[in-house]
Design a protein around this ligand. Structure first.
Ligand code: 13P
Length: 252
């Protein structure tokens, strides 16, 4: 079953609007015409207008790094899905482990955000992944399967066309430690099997499952070659245009 690779950068809390513009201008010619995969950059809220403007007419799509679940209201500091779509945002990362770890994000709020984003027409990059102690205890499969089920509760099979799952082992994020291609393939396969139980084999086969966690110019090709790895969610290496381009090239 042919699935299209999606290579997405997660800029995290990096780049001012001026720096964002400079990075996008550097990246544009490097990835121009490379249409063998979808290319997405998920940027801080304040960089969204700059990014949407700078990527107009290119093969680079823009995403946000989070979204609130309410349509509007007294949620100081938060941003709604409609605010994002009106700015030209197409994708949004939800449930990143840094949100879960530092901002008290739970599977329940991840699920609420996912449903709100899908209802507004956004494509969701839903992050799941185990922490180091869970991998060492041998419960990785249970953890990612439980997160997948809880985070996608009440999401329809039809809406799954707009959901990408990013498998990000927490111990591999920003640490330089990468899951081996075999580990990435195996756990992405567990997520796919969970989707098959929830939605049937066709939806599972069509779903895009990315790997994230210290993916870089050196290891991307090996990871992307694996059957169940349909792309990458890239932190550090997405901040360097040449490195991000090598990963895009690996997905052609
Ligand atoms: P690094 O690529 O910097 O490890 O970050 C991965 C990540 O968290 C992407 O969402």
């Amino acid at each position: 079953m042919a699935r299209r690779y999606v290579i997405a950068g997660n800029w995290k809390m990096n780049k001012t609007p001026a720096e964002a513009k400079a990075l996008i201008e550097e990246l544009k010619p490097m990835v121009a015409g490379k249409n063998g995969c979808d290319i997405v950059i998920c940027v801080p809220y304040v960089d969204i207008c700059t990014a949407v403007e700078a990527t107009k007419g290119t093969n680079i799509k823009v995403g946000a790094e989070n979204v609130h679940f309410a349509e509007s209201g007294a949620y100081t500091g938060e941003i709604s899905a409609k605010m994002l779509t009106e700015c030209g945002v197409e994708y949004v990362i939800i449930g990143h482990s840094e949100r879960r770890q530092y901002f008290a994000e739970t599977d329940e709020t991840v699920n609420l955000r996912t449903k709100a984003a899908l209802a507004a027409g956004l494509k969701v990059i839903l992050c799941v992944g185990e922490v180091k102690e869970q991998r060492l205890s041998g419960i990785t499969d249970e953890v990612v399967s439980m997160q997948t089920k809880l985070d996608l509760a009440d999401v329809s099979a039809e809406d799954m066309k707009n959901v990408i799952i990013a498998y990000e082992p927490v111990w591999a994020i920003g640490t330089g430690l990468t899951a081996t291609p075999e580990q990435a393939d195996e756990t992405c396969g567990v997520i796919r099997a969970t989707l098959a139980k929830m939605y049937g084999q066709d939806v599972a086969d069509a779903s895009i499952i990315q790997y994230g966690g210290s993916m870089n110019a050196k290891n991307a090709a090996e990871l992307l070659a694996k059957e169940n790895v349909d792309g990458g969610l890239i932190g550090g290496a997405s901040l360097k245009a040449p490195d991000f381009t090598v990963i895009v090239d690996a997905a052609q």
